[in-house]
Design a protein around this ligand. Structure first.
Ligand code: SAM
Length: 296
């Protein structure tokens, strides 16, 4: 949608009251900006943002001129204090690079301190990748736990997953393309019976949402390395009662799929070692199976 095509609502003409406005912005498709987000960004005395170049480009696209202030979670306390002080007497917006501020994005400290200082904090909701993914994944959405990014290191990743094992809810993670395969392998080793969804490039040209067992998805993404931005959702433990397509009915790890995924990047020895570490299964037996699979 172009700015010219936007209907002019009385809303846009209303003066904004002072306060800190937390403004969600598109996660890919600029048509997802809300009318209220545009009105607030247009009317704000100051727009605090993660990266002034990124937000500057967005504002430019919509023909909005604004005073920008860089403010990420590393910003000194004085910068936050100045922004909060300004929000006492004028509308101040906070935006992140994409989506909803504070959701794996900066803003928590600013909001907490603004509230403590008695400055009104006003939500201007809109796009959020976690919620968008949940709405299309076909996994239980009545209870979900947003867990942000998984740690990049194997041990730490596994520890976080183990900690979440007993949570009776869908688990929503943000993920990066280079790390997706390792996360899927770790999930396959720990929860072979759960259904998993990978939502990629939401609202963009190459949007896709693929679901199945973690092992089957690992096999797919080993053969087709993913690109772009990713949300990973793991169904709740109850899904183990009805094994997902591709998972073994006895809930044993789908070791063949894990080995195939590992073999896409390594020889039988390394692949067996990797799967042994992820599953705790016997390395020698895995090595023998890896040789068989390699020869198929
Ligand atoms: N605050 C943002 C939100 O509300 O979704 C998230 C910011 S976080 C720094 C960026 C991560 O969000 C990406 O690494 C990816 O996991 C997810 N993400 C953002 N845009 C996405 C998209 N269009 N499709 C899939 N995932 C996306």
């Amino acid at each position: 949608m172009t700015p010219a095509a936007l209907p002019s609502l009385p809303l846009a003409a209303q003066p904004l009251t002072p306060g800190l406005y937390i403004v969600a912005t598109p996660i890919g498709n600029l048509g997802d900006i809300t009318l209220r987000a545009l009105a607030v960004l247009r009317g704000a005395a100051l727009v605090a943002c993660e990266d002034t170049r990124v937000t500057g480009r967005l504002l430019n696209h919509f023909g909005i001129k604004a005073r920008l202030q860089r403010l990420d979670d590393h910003a000194p306390a004085e910068v936050r204090a100045r922004v909060i002080d300004e929000a006492r007497g004028a509308p101040v917006a906070l935006a992140s690079d994409a989506g909803t501020p504070l959701v794996s994005d900066p803003g928590f400290r600013l909001v907490r301190e603004a509230r403590a200082a008695g400055v009104p904090v006003i939500a201007v909701p809109g796009p959020c990748a976690a919620i968008a993914a949940l709405t299309i994944a076909g996994l239980p959405s009545d209870r979900f736990l947003f867990a942000g990014f998984l740690p990049p290191r194997d041990g730490a990743r596994r520890a976080v997953l183990e900690e979440l094992s007993g949570v009776a809810a869908s688990l929503v993670f943000y993920e990066t393309a280079p790390r997706l395969l390792k996360s899927l392998q770790a999930i396959a080793a720990l929860w072979p019976g759960r259904e998993v969804a990978v939502a990629r490039e939401l609202t963009k040209l190459h949007e896709e949402c693929r679901s199945g067992s973690a092992a089957a998805l690992a096999e797919h993404y080993a053969a087709h390395p993913p690109r772009g931005e990713i949300v990973l959702i793991v169904g709740p433990p109850a899904a183990q009662e009805a094994p997902a397509p591709g998972a073994h009915a006895d809930s044993a790890p789908d070791t063949d799929a894990l080995l195939r995924a590992a073999l896409a990047h390594a020889g039988p020895g390394k692949a067996a070692g990797k799967v042994a570490r992820a599953t705790g299964l016997d390395r020698a037996a895995l090595y023998a199976r890896a040789l068989e699979l390699k020869g198929e």
